[in-house]
Design a binder for this molecule. Structure first.
Ligand SMILES: [Fe+2]
Length: 358
């Protein structure tokens, strides 16, 4: 298939304001912190702080927390945090329109922070000088017998039937109406690099998988992925576990504890992760993954046609429910409003997306 690329594709910025060095945390609002915590602990995160109104969780990696839930009347995804390398970088971002003043972070790990709002309205916290916590232990890699490479004799492969230890937060995927302005904001201000872009048959971008610019240090294939939708929505977030058995054991434990499965196991194409997706009590998808691709900053952006088949190399077909939005009256209102307002949104494009993924 020849791709027509009349529309501008998300691209790296030649001189970004700063280069973010990590995705530090996600922020949610939840009407019930007990249920939130129950799901996330079964998922493999650990509570680091719980107050009547706030819940912080972490993985085994030294980040003091990677998940924050605040008590609120309605369930809502609020946004995410990125770390920067220096106070200078924090100062540079504090000059952006709408930036909050720099404040002391009254959170696990401390440090200093400020708050930005991206063009789609997601909150972006910028964190500097957060103190690392202790690294927590996790299960060692299993010893595998592979063909004639025998590594395990007179010993048995046994796994504890427990939630797999989450190592760390890996990435978050968001849908937006204003795809171009929002992707450009992240490439321009946080230095994110599009690793791969999936385009619609008319050449317009549908999904941008973006990584951190860490120079020669390998970075996850995507830390933030943005998809063309009809309104700003949380799609899913992904958490690294140690290996395939951890992904599989996660599936068993979450199923036995009555949580709702979304899709998996399988292996993605873009990013290559072995994945399994679960819904939290509010229907928000959380992904266990292992063995993702790591890229240095030099690699060029790949352009690919978007399709349902392009989502995995193997595994069960992606269920239609995976990408179908919940069509509330508020969502319908946003759809009509954004169709009129957003330069990236046309009725034809929505129809193509609905046909591809509906
Ligand atoms: Fe993912």
């Amino acid at each position: 298939m020849t791709l027509r690329l009349a529309t501008a594709q998300p691209a790296r910025h030649p001189n970004p304001t700063v280069k973010a060095i990590a995705l530090t945390h996600l922020m949610f609002e939840r009407p019930d912190l007990d249920r939130t915590e129950a799901f996330l602990r079964d998922f493999g995160l650990r509570t680091t702080l719980r107050t009547p109104d706030e819940l912080y969780l972490r993985g085994t990696a030294p980040a003091a927390y990677c998940y924050r839930a605040r008590r609120a009347r309605q369930a809502r995804f609020v946004g995410m945090g990125f770390a920067v390398a220096s106070r200078q970088d924090l100062l540079k971002l504090s000059r952006l329109p709408g930036a909050s003043p720099i404040v002391r972070a009254d959170r696990p790990g401390g440090g200093e922070m400020l708050t930005l709002v991206d063009p789609s309205g997601f909150t972006v916290e910028i964190v500097w000088n957060q103190q690392p916590a202790d690294v927590l232990p996790h299960r060692a890699l299993l010893t595998w017998n592979v063909g004639r490479a025998v590594a395990r004799v007179d010993a048995f492969q046994r796994l504890p039937a427990e939630p797999p230890e989450v190592l760390r937060l890996g990435h978050v995927v968001l849908e937006l109406a204003d795809f171009q302005a929002t992707s450009a904001w992240y490439t321009q201000h946080l230095g994110l690099i599009p690793s791969d872009v999936q385009v619609l048959p008319d050449g317009s971008p549908a999904v941008a998988f973006m990584r951190l610019d860490l120079g020669d240090t390998p970075a996850d294939h995507h830390t933030l992925a943005l998809a063309q939708g009809f309104m700003p929505l949380y799609s899913h977030s992904a958490y690294e576990v140690v290996d395939t058995d951890a992904v599989g054991m996660g599936q068993r434990v979450l199923r036995e504890r009555g949580w709702k499965h979304a899709w998996g196991m399988g292996r993605h194409i873009l990013g290559s992760q072995i994945f399994d997706y679960w819904q939290d009590p509010w229907g928000d998808k959380h992904e266990h993954y292992c063995d993702g691709d790591l890229l240095t900053a030099g690699l060029r952006t790949g352009i690919h046609p978007v399709s349902r088949d392009a989502m995995s190399q193997w595994g069960p077909p992606m269920p239609a429910s995976f990408t179908r939005p919940r069509m509330t009256p508020a969502a319908l209102g946003a759809l009509l409003r954004n169709l009129r307002r957003s330069p990236d949104l046309t009725f034809d494009k929505l129809l193509t997306l609905a046909k591809l993924f509906g």
